[in-house]
Design a protein around this ligand. Sequence first.
Ligand SMILES: NC(=O)c1ccc[n+]([C@@H]2O[C@H](COP(=O)([O-])OP(=O)(O)OC[C@H]3O[C@@H](n4cnc5c(N)ncnc54)[C@H](O)[C@@H]3O)[C@@H](O)[C@H]2O)c1
Length: 332
Amino acid sequence: MVKAVVLGAAGGIGQPLSLLLKNNPSVTELSLYDIVNTPGVAADLSHISTPAKVVGYLPPDDGLKKALTGADIVVIPAGVPRKPGMTRDDLFKINAGIVRDLATGIATTAPKAFVLVISNPVNSTVPIVVEVFKKHGVFDPKRIFGVTTLDVVRASTFVAEVHGDLGKAPTVVVPVIGGHSGIVPLLSQSSHPLPSGFAQESLEALTYRIQFGGDEVVKAKDGAGSATLSMAYAGVEFTNKIIRAVKGEKGIVAPSFVHLSADKNGGEALKKEIGRDLDYFSAPIELGPEGVVAIKSLGKVTDYEAGLIKTAVPELAINIEKGVSFIDSSKL
Ligand SMILES: NC(=O)c1ccc[n+]([C@@H]2O[C@H](COP(=O)([O-])OP(=O)(O)OC[C@H]3O[C@@H](n4cnc5c(N)ncnc54)[C@H](O)[C@@H]3O)[C@@H](O)[C@H]2O)c1
């Protein structure tokens, strides 16, 4: 029995994400919460012939509390998306408040649930969830995840394109680390190495494309929002990995932006690798029934990749601090 809850379920990401969760037969209950339209989305999805019982909730009548009661996994794509010209940080002010309030609901109603944060800027919204959980005395670093899977999915697709064979996309594995902004693809560790003689210039262009793939979509949508369908796919890829790990499957590894105390030894070793005492970083995480089992080492990186990490780290520190101080000044 798995109860999954989507907060922001009527949105551009929320709807396809809910559809894909409804398509997972392991999900037996699917709760959809948003400030608008969830009864309609839920009625629509409820006709699909898969096991999950789907219910939609709105804010009146304690809707958030009802949606969250008994939750095993909570996925949060609530918030405003990026418009052309906006950076992820521009979103901060609006989304920070939304995520804080939803996190308060989770901390009080479903503190043991796995929390998967999609709302941007992830590097700041994850610390917001953590600080809210700390204030309620229910913080468990093994259970709170920033979803960086879209960066991983893009890396797989773009590397397969370099190989001229999209058929490889589902099996290409590239560790993508750092943060969501401050994205560092470790292409030297790709399961499908780049062709020999791949020029440094091409490597840099590929790296840039993975880091700023979101901009391609924002531009192409021309004012209508940011990545939604690929994000829904990526969000459910990660959610399904958590569900498989909870059910006892061993050896599942996926990058995610986590609090580094989730694995004390692994976290300390990672801080040495990146050369800074950050509290959060996106690294390959081994998942188990209780969430984070281990934070993996970054392994051997090239000088170019080491340079990218060095550039990302100060930016990450600023993003993290922004989230922490938002809650400090929120008087919860
Ligand atoms: N992590 C990533 O890789 C990634 C990728 C793309 C987008 N995003 C982020 O995901 C978020 C959602 O994007 P979208 O395109 O789906 O936006 P959207 O505007 O289409 O949908 C957002 C939904 O959130 C709802 N919402 C707003 N306030 C709420 C609240 N207090 N409680 C519950 N629901 C609330 C809205 O009503 C809306 O239905 C944005 O912050 C976006 O930047 C993250």
